[in-house]
Design a protein around this ligand. Structure first.
Ligand SMILES: Nc1ncnc2c1ncn2[C@@H]1O[C@H](COP(=O)(O)OP(=O)(O)O)[C@@H](O)[C@H]1O
Ligand SMILES: [Mg+2]
Length: 347
């Protein structure tokens, strides 16, 4: 390899991007995941003119605490691109952040993971954003495929397997075989709906108003899919604003109550799994009985969710090793390993 081509190769940091509704992860060839930040953009409006104030970690810290002039936006919140312009800005920001100043020598290939339910207009917008940020080639990969590769499932073989990726805005359920998606369905329920369910439970049962960030913390630390065996589980204190007299107050709830709050969003996810199973060809369904279901995405970390889905479906259910990074790792491997080239799309 000549010095110059070495230099080019050194500079050409091919990237794989998991553009999630809650988190964006960037994987760099031969390095792995180098960036993991919330998919949030803070926009300030001054005299009717909008300006980006912060992206990622900095923007998420502002959520729920911004003055009227600043708005923290999650451009992909429900799994579709609610705001294409803001989404493009965010993609460019993250690519440039990873890319740094090496751009003079590098023309990277970028593989971006998109929801299986995204429209062609949305996919084009995502492609354009990556091109505008300096990518020489942009490839797309469907999220369930990336999740399955990241979870080491046998996607290149003639064996049916099922992945359930529970993200912030959506849950994608897919049956895969021979590098393709044999069936896929997307439910608009994920971690966000669980947070909202906790907010509304606390409001209804305790007249206490809490923010979504508080609800998310409760869910991550104490969320359970099933009532604890002792009937109550751990008790925790929650602070918020009393709806009756308007002052700050603290209440106590236990994990059984959190399970009750989460029951509805979780049953919607299970329903999605059931529909996918009903629509799966018999030969593939037979494989799933052996292979089981693999859970990925942050929502897979709810304690006892695997067991709950196992009980509801009668199938083996496992949680992928690193559910929050699965999609990014799978997108990265699809970019790096020739065996997966067939799963990349150009549009
Ligand atoms: N330990 C945890 N327990 C329960 N939920 C979690 C945990 N960690 C993260 N989450 C939730 O997972 C969701 C984000 O998952 P992620 O796979 O990154 O979503 P997306 O791919 O849509 O960006 C958020 O709703 C977050 O609250
Ligand atoms: Mg995801």
């Amino acid at each position: 390899m000549s010095f110059f081509s070495k230099l080019l190769k050194f500079g050409s940091h091919n990237m794989a991007i998991d553009l999630g509704t809650a988190n964006t992860l960037v994987y760099v060839q031969d390095q792995g995941v180098v960036l993991n930040e919330p998919s949030v953009v803070a926009i300030e409006t001054i005299n009717g003119i909008k300006k980006v104030r912060a992206v990622g970690d900095d923007a998420k810290m502002m959520m729920g605490k911004t003055p009227d002039s600043i708005e923290a936006i999650r451009p992909l919140r429900d799994g579709v691109i609610a705001d294409i312009e803001v989404a493009e800005h965010m993609i460019k920001h993250f690519i440039q952040k990873v890319h740094g100043r090496k751009s003079l020598f590098s023309y990277p290939e970028i593989v971006i993971c998109v929801p299986s339910g995204s429209t062609s207009v949305e996919r084009r917008a995502i492609r354009d954003a990556a091109s505008n940020a300096g990518a020489s080639e942009v490839y797309l990969i469907l999220e369930p495929m990336a999740a399955a590769i990241g979870a080491d499932m046998p996607v290149t073989e003639p064996i049916g397997s099922m992945v359930v990726d529970i993200g912030g805005g959506t849950t994608e359920v897919a049956v895969l075989s021979l590098r393709g998606l044999a069936y896929t369905t997307s439910v608009r329920v994920g971690g966000d709906k669980m947070d909202e369910a906790i907010v509304s439970y606390v409001r209804r049962h305790h007249n206490l108003l809490i923010g979504e960030a508080t609800a998310e913390r409760i869910k991550k630390d104490f969320g359970v899919a099933k009532k604890p065996a002792d009937g109550e589980g751990v008790s925790i204190q929650i602070k918020g604003r009393d709806l009756v007299n308007g002052v700050p107050k603290e209440i106590t709830i236990n994990q059984a109550q959190i399970a009750e709050a989460l029951a509805e969003p979780i049953s919607t996810i299970v329903e999605g799994v059931r529909i996918a199973l009903e629509n799966t060809a018999p030969e593939l369904a037979a494989d799933i009985v052996d292979q089981g279901i693999v859970l990925t995405g942050g929502g897979a970390l709810i304690a006892g969710l695997d067991e709950f889905i196992r009980e509801e479906t009668g199938l083996p259910v496992t949680v992928a090793e690193d559910p929050l990074s699965c999609v990014a790792i799978g997108t990265g491997r699809a970019m790096e390993e020739p065996i997966f080239r067939g799963v990349l799309h150009t549009a």
